[in-house]
Design a protein around this ligand. Structure first.
Ligand code: ZN
Length: 203
C-alpha cells in the first residue's frame, strides 16, 4: 500500500511557510515503512533538529480506481481518519532550496501517524469536519475540511490521474496552519469532531 500526501491544501498554512499558492495540488508519497506502528512512541531521528507535526484528515481507499471522476470519488472510500505527517523541516528546507525531492524529510521511519478510522456515514458532511491537534493538552492546530483548497473528492480524482489507487491506500489531505516543532517528552493527541483518534508520545 502507499500513502499519498497533499501539500499546500490550506491557504493559511501556505502563508505560514511562505510558499507559493499552487495552481494544482502538490503531491508526494510516503513509503509504507514510514507508518508508526500502533501504540509505539515516536523517536526523534538523529538527522533532524526540527521535526514538525502536521495534523491531517486521512481517507482510506476501499477499491481500485484510476481516472476517477470527482462526482464518483465518494464511492472509493468509506472511512475517514486523522494522522500526522511528521516532517523534518530543516532537512526539507535544504532539499527544497536545491530543488531536490523531499522524500528523506517526509518518508523516514515513523513519519506517518495513522489513527483510528470512522465510517463516513457518522458524519453529516465530510466537507464540514472540525479537527484539532493537541500538544501537552494545549490545542496547537485547528482545522476544518471546508477550508481545503481542494476538497476530498477533488483530491481523490486528481491523485488518481497519476497513481492507480488501490484498496488500503491512504490519502493525507494536507495540514492547516499552526505546524510546529516537537521535543522529547511531548505528548500529542488528535481529534476529529468529538472523537479522539490518536495519541503519540515523543521520545
Ligand atoms: Zn503534510
Amino acid at each position: 500500500m502507499k500513502l499519498i500526501c497533499i501539500g499546500r491544501n490550506y491557504a493559511a498554512h501556505i502563508e505560514e511557510l511562505k510558499n507559493e499558492r499552487p495552481n494544482e495540488p502538490v503531491i508526494f508519497i510516503k513509503p509504507d515503512s514510514s507508518i508508526l506502528p500502533k501504540e509505539q512512541d515516536f523517536y526523534i531521528p538523529e538527522f533532524s533538529n526540527e521535526i514538525h507535526y502536521e495534523v491531517e484528515v486521512l481517507i482510506k481507499i476501499k477499491k481500485v480506481g484510476k481516472h476517477i471522476n470527482k462526482d464518483f470519488a465518494h464511492k472509493y472510500y468509506d472511512e475517514i481518519g486523522l494522522g500526522i505527517d511528521f516532517t523534518a523541516r530543516d532537512l526539507q528546507k535544504k532539499l527544497k532550496e536545491k530543488g531536490l525531492p523531499w522524500e528523506k524529510s517526509k518518508g523516514f521511519d515513523g513519519a506517518a501517524v495513522i489513527g483510528k478510522w470512522i465510517d463516513k456515514s457518522n458524519f453529516r458532511d465530510v466537507n464540514q469536519l472540525n479537527f484539532s491537534l493537541f500538544k501537552n493538552g494545549e490545542e496547537v492546530q485547528k482545522g476544518n475540511t471546508s477550508l481545503m483548497l481542494w476538497k476530498i473528492d477533488e483530491v481523490i480524482s486528481y491523485v488518481s490521474t497519476f497513481f492507480t489507487l488501490k484498496k488500503g491506500d491512504i490519502i493525507f489531505t494536507g495540514t492547516p496552519a499552526g505546524v510546529g516543532i516537537i521535543k522529547a517528552n511531548d505528548y500529542l493527541s488528535g481529534s476529529l469532531e468529538e472523537h479522539e483518534l490518536f495519541t503519540v508520545k515523543i521520545k
